[in-house]
Ligand binder design. Structure first.
Ligand SMILES: CC1(C)CN=C(N2CCN(c3ncnc4sc(C(F)(F)C(F)(F)F)cc34)CC2)S1
Length: 494
């Protein structure tokens, strides 16, 4: 039974958060196969009505730079019904299933066909970096989707066709699909980055290209239906403009995220836990885990399920500590993020991550140095050898990221803040730096260089890790803007 037939029509017209939450709860708790297009249309309609259709009068009274009063929304059943039918008929009307064999599993050709149907119905040229282009509501009412939205729409399209083996695979900066028996096959279905030929229809490379951060070294978040619901909720964007969020949209997103959290559907989804942490930091829900706990759960999930190959859990956590002036903890989180980087070679695919690290090294850490320099130094950072060790581990990780890459990472813009920062630490702290170079003979044997740096501080010492093997090379590609899942601006990438 399709999603709309089982929906509780008494809930309509949807006028408040609890009605939207009830509809999602029914779909998540009562259906073995939550209907992605239904849920994406509903939450996209709410987001659109509260953030996009603003009456000019309301805009004048809204305070800039804070949560604006979102006013009311009213989502009529017949609107959802019409859009839901439009999506289903678009997909069913464009794909002749007799052309794709009689296997109950999807084929590569089928997945590519669904991707083509979505792709060829998008507007010719639109600003891809815009917010609110992630939902099937946006696709149906404006023929616009961002790169995440295309991937989600392809999975939703395959669900309409009855192929429940097609699922969303997510890295920290790209999305694709898995399909076939045991989800053993992969396929690109959307574009990545700016000005790059899309690779739609191709499998995710198994060569060194798949060892890049873009494909998280073969450790993507492979979604089931419920985690796909979590991804569409996580992609809800409450922004009204660059400085103002609509509080109702954030509240709805937060409540839906807790609903999914309680059902265990965020357990293996570090970025969703991080997003929930951000929402809780702004507006804590009484009786719920703190945002700090959520950021820590995101780190644990990456370590437990993805061999600690994800960087963003540590940058979510480090950002939190920084905002709360917990500078020693922030340095440790950022050093832990850099330890993940060591495994990767830097390439054009990694521009988004590069920007994150630039901000940490060249803006946030200099800010900390200024703050502690002027006396706001709860931990006496500059006298703490462990902080110095975290700083060196951070930079050493970035250096190792660069090693073996065809594209350089560091330049003078990095060196100046680094030199200034190191110089801020007490000479007595710097004097404790002990660099143990591994014995030469061992180096030949292992053909992997390893160098240990430690800063003796009481009992503790911190050290850097293994070097990459020399044969790893780079892959090509570009980046995405991770603020709202959309890509960097490009006039006509589709
Ligand atoms: C710590 C940060 C710098 C703050 N926000 C970050 N986000 C915001 C939310 N975000 C996400 N949050 C949930 N799920 C996903 S799936 C995804 C993606 F795979 F890249 C996609 F689909 F291509 F856009 C991105 C992303 C991207 C990363 S990283």
């Amino acid at each position: 039974m399709a999603g709309l037939e089982r929906v509780n029509r008494q809930l309509f017209p949807l006028r408040d958060i609890s009605a939207v939450a009830e509809l999602f709860r029914d779909e998540i708790e009562k259906s073995p196969d939550p209907d992605l297009s239904l849920l994406s249309i509903v939450v996209g309609a709410v987001e659109n009505s509260l953030t996009c259709n603003r009456s000019p009068v309301l805009r004048e009274v809204q305070g800039e730079g804070e949560d604006a009063a979102g006013g009311d929304f009213e989502i009529e059943f017949h609107i959802v019904d019409a859009l839901y039918s439009k999506f289903r008929s678009t997909i069913l009307g464009s794909v002749d299933l007799s052309c794709y064999g009689d296997s109950k599993f999807a084929t590569r050709e089928l997945v590519k066909k669904v991707s083509d149907v979505i792709w060829n119905s998008l507007s010719r040229s639109y600003y891809k970096d815009r917010a609110h282009l992630q939902s099937i509501y946006s696709y149906l009412t404006g023929n616009k989707l961002d790169c995440f939205g295309v991937a989600l729409a392809v999975v939703a399209g395959c669900q309409v066709l009855g192929f429940n083996d097609v699922h969303l695979a997510l890295s920290e900066d790209h999305a694709w699909v898995v399909f076939g028996e045991n989800g053993a096959e992969t396929s690109e279905v959307t574009w990545h980055g700016k000005g790059n030929e899309d690779k739609r229809g191709q499998p995710i490379g198994t060569g060194v290209g798949s060892l890049s951060w873009l494909y998280v070294n073969g450790q993507p978040v492979v979604c089931d239906r419920y985690m796909e619901v979590a991804s569409l909720v996580s992609s809800v964007n409450p922004s009204f403009n660059m400085t103002t969020d609509i509080k109702e949209v954030a509240d709805i997103q937060q409540q839906l995220m807790w609903l999914l959290y309680d059902q265990g559907h965020l357990e293996k989804y570090p970025m969703a836990l991080g997003n929930l942490g951000d929402l809780e930091e702004i507006n804590p829900t009484p009786g719920r885990p703190s945002c700090q706990e959520l950021f820590s759960q995101a780190v644990d999930a990456s370590r437990k399920y993805y061999s600690n190959k994800h960087v963003y859990p540590y940058t979510y956590q480090g950002g939190y500590f920084f905002r709360h002036k917990m500078y020693k903890e922030a340095l440790e989180s950022w050093a832990n993020a850099a330890d993940v980087l060591r495994e990767y070679n830097y390439s054009r695919d990694d521009e988004e991550l590069y920007k994150e690290l630039m901000e940490i090294a060249n803006e946030l850490i200099p800010h900390i140095m200024k703050a502690v320099g002027s006396g706001i130094d709860a931990h006496s950072i500059l006298k703490d050898p462990e902080c110095f060790a975290h700083l060196l581990r951070l930079y050493d990780g970035i250096c190792q990221w660069e090693e073996g890459s065809v594209t350089p990472v560091l330049h003078i813009g990095w060196a100046k803040p680094l030199v200034n920062t190191i110089a801020k630490f007490d000479a007595s702290v710097r004097a404790q730096l002990v660099i143990d170079l591994q014995d030469e003979q061992e180096e030949e044997a292992s053909s992997m260089k390893e160098e240990r740096v430690s800063v003796k501080s009481g009992s503790e010492e911190s050290s850097s890790g293994e070097r990459k093997s020399e044969e790893q090379t780079n892959d090509r590609g570009d980046s995405l803007n991770n603020n709202n899942y959309s890509k960097t601006p490009d006039a006509d990438s589709t």
